[in-house]
Write a protein that binds this ligand. Structure first.
Ligand code: SAH
Length: 458
């Protein structure tokens, strides 16, 4: 239940910190607050409230619609008895048994409000839940509610069936363009919404869309909030093998899941088949989450998928993700750029180490920047050999992170010459190979040593 206090009188008996907390809460409304206590200790000067430093008298509750008692003693008892006798809802701070109502923890995205209550039992838990919900709802989300409210008449006149309207509103609240516009100004928001409404009408209610979503390195809490929101709306989730199940399961429970994985030994979809698949699904009017590991634009074959979608005239959006190299840098506290040591870093494929792509290797070996090499695990020694052959110093620090950003993360450290000599097997899972002087500045103290000649961690 939400209680309307606009213009109403709310009484607080008490003058300390707890009374002040209630004032903070009610000050967000347009209620008139009256405070009565013999001991006004807290500073209420920042609030438009009436403060009476005296004993409580029953007439203080005349015309009052809610009472908070935030002190103990004779005045408090009299206030409680008066409130009960007059049937005015009463809240006694920290005494759930004496309360007629509780004030929940709230997430305020006015006019959207989320209330979390533990019926007075565990406010700390409520605050924790609140923090999580806060994180889920972007700050401008409430403005979206205002926008949707303002559009209602117009939507009713243009879209005639309930399901079609619902689809429109879903598209509205999940559109990053509308979200950005409404955050800028109500008029910009309205304009963006009108554009969407128009698209919705011309494309018909059944227009599909493909979201190319970066899933991050493989832990569900490294997904962006936007990715999470869109996963909740997708009808179909088309994911790569590299995206762990925990992340796929963040999607709507009843969404269809299609793995187009490139599992070793198991027949996987060709890129052309994936392109055809997502075009077909969106063409059927479905909302497709194309979930890729890390960031979709980094070694994700996004280029091919985007061009197929463009060709077919299908709407798409791209949601960035935490690329593996950045998760690996975080895991090992390695600053990939470092003043006076490395003025940049290169995300490069290590694949084709056995190709004779000489320019690729020469450029990498001589860049003098930190290298983050993808897809190089099974050919790691060969990669090191190539770099040295093209002029990199054998003593250049190397760090390898297997399963970056995941619970089972494993690291190795050494240098190019020790990696060349390395003939053991690296742990199971995808890996990033870092090469460069800045690597030595990371924390590799838990790393397995690649060989005898390791660099020393400063
Ligand atoms: N789009 C992805 C990269 C896909 S290519 C991204 O931005 O991260 C696949 C390569 O990514 C793997 O061969 C490996 O080098 C790297 N990779 C993906 N996930 C990884 C992880 N959790 N830890 C380390 N490397 C990872």
């Amino acid at each position: 239940m939400s209680f309307k206090v606009r213009g109403q009188r709310v009484a607080i008996i008490g003058g300390g910190e707890e009374a002040l907390n209630k004032v903070r809460l009610i000050a967000k409304t347009t209620a008139q607050v009256v405070i009565v206590s013999r001991q006004i200790e807290a500073d209420f000067s920042g609030f438009a409230v009436e403060v009476h430093e005296r004993r409580f008298v029953p007439s203080d509750l005349d015309g009052v619609v809610l009472v908070f008692v935030a002190e103990q003693g004779a005045d408090a008892e009299l206030a409680k008895a008066t409130a009960r006798a007059r049937n005015i809802p009463l809240n006694v701070v920290d005494v759930p048994a004496e309360c007629d109502f509780y004030t929940p923890s709230i997430v305020d995205r006015a006019p959207l409000t989320v209330a979390i209550s533990t019926e007075g039992d565990a406010p700390v838990l409520a605050r924790l839940v609140r923090a999580r919900i806060e994180a889920m709802l972007p700050p401008g989300f409430g403005k979206m509610a205002g926008l949707a409210g303002g559009l209602r008449k117009r939507v009713e006149s243009l879209i005639h069936t309930g399901p079609a309207r619902r689809r429109f509103y879903e598209a509205l609240v999940s559109s990053p363009q509308v979200e950005a516009a409404v955050a800028a100004s109500p008029i910009a928001g309205r304009f963006a919404a009108e554009v969407l409404l128009e698209q919705h009408q011309t494309a018909g209610a059944s227009a599909g869309i493909v979201w190319l979503i970066g899933a991050g390195p493989g832990s569900e809490d490294l997904l962006t909030l936007r990715a999470q929101r869109l996963l909740q709306q997708a009808d179909v989730i088309v994911h790569d093998q590299l995206v762990p199940d925990v992340v796929v399961q963040m999607g709507r429970r009843d969404a269809e899941q299609i793995s187009v994985g490139k599992a070793k030994g198991h027949h996987s979809f060709s890129q052309a088949q994936i392109n055809t698949l997502i075009v077909r699904l969106a063409g059927e009017g479905k909302k497709v989450a194309r979930l890729k590991s890390g960031d979709p634009m980094v070694f994700g074959r996004a280029g091919e998928e985007i061009s197929a979608l463009r060709k077919a005239g299908i709407q798409y959006q791209i949601v960035p993700g935490v690329s593996a190299a950045l998760a690996a840098a975080a895991d090992t506290a390695t600053p990939v750029t470092l003043r006076k040591v490395s003025s940049g870093f290169i995300m490069a494929t290590a694949h084709g180490a056995d190709d004779s792509d000489l320019t690729h290797w020469a450029a990498l070996a001589q860049a003098g920047l930190t290298l983050a090499l993808y897809m190089g695990k099974s050919i790691a020694s060969e990669v090191a050999r190539r770099l040295v052959a093209h002029g990199a110093s054998p003593s250049t620090p190397v760090g390898i992170v297997v399963n970056a950003g995941r619970p089972q993360m494993t690291t190795y450290s050494g240098n190019l010459s020790s990696l060349i000599a390395w003939d053991d097997i690296l742990a199971d899972g995808p890996a990033i190979i870092f090469v460069g002087e800045a690597v030595a500045a990371g924390d590799w103290s838990n790393a397995a040593q690649l060989a005898a000649q390791n660099f020393k961690v400063a």
